[in-house]
Write a protein that binds this ligand. Sequence first.
Ligand code: 6GU
Length: 235
Amino acid sequence: MRIDVVSIFPSYFDGLTLSLLGKARDSGILDLDVHDLRDWTGDRHRTVDDTPYGGGAGMVMKPEPWGLALDALAGSPHAGARERPTIIFPSPAGEVFRQSTARELATRDHLIFGCGRYEGIDERVFEEAAELGEVRLISLGDYVLNGGEVAVMAMVEAIGRLIPGVVGNPESLVEESHEDGLLEYPSYTKPAVWRDRAVPPILLSGNHGAIATWRREQQLERTRLRRPDLLAGDA
Ligand code: 6GU
């Protein structure tokens, strides 16, 4: 998979070159490139923002650098070769990012993330992007961040680990919170008693059927307590 990220703070993404995703990058499973939006400006000050038409607080990201960046990274619609990219703009006004979103996006062969800052990006950029690929506005949740960078880091990590070969043991992907619509069961390791706290005896029983049943009950109970919205089917 190819992932391009455009940001005015490219060094935010240095962390993605480490650990899990760093290895996937090195082995060629994941081709991740981070670009500085200011490379597509033409003025001495490398300006990326301007005041909003109609007035109001804050600044808006100018369309021209975004247009050039998307042209360069998405290619012309007639270039052939590559499948049209999926162009993702992190936005608190977008659809909420879920595990199912990560699974869907992990099947694409080219993702482009455009990180907005300030009060947002000139609306015409989204229209222009739609000429080049499928545009998605995606939010991390119902709270406000200063820009899209932290949201994109989270999304790239959630998507990247679902690409075959990125996570060493694929079974570890199945037994996690949200993969089956429930929160995950509690885990324990040695010692069997620690500071007078014993591991639930069932886990030491060797009865694999009973253990599976107990874990399922724990998943349901935790989900009921912490995330009833998941059980109601409205999440
Ligand atoms: Cl994707 N961007 C920003 N700026 N704030 C957010 C968000 C995204 N998701 C939740 N809050």
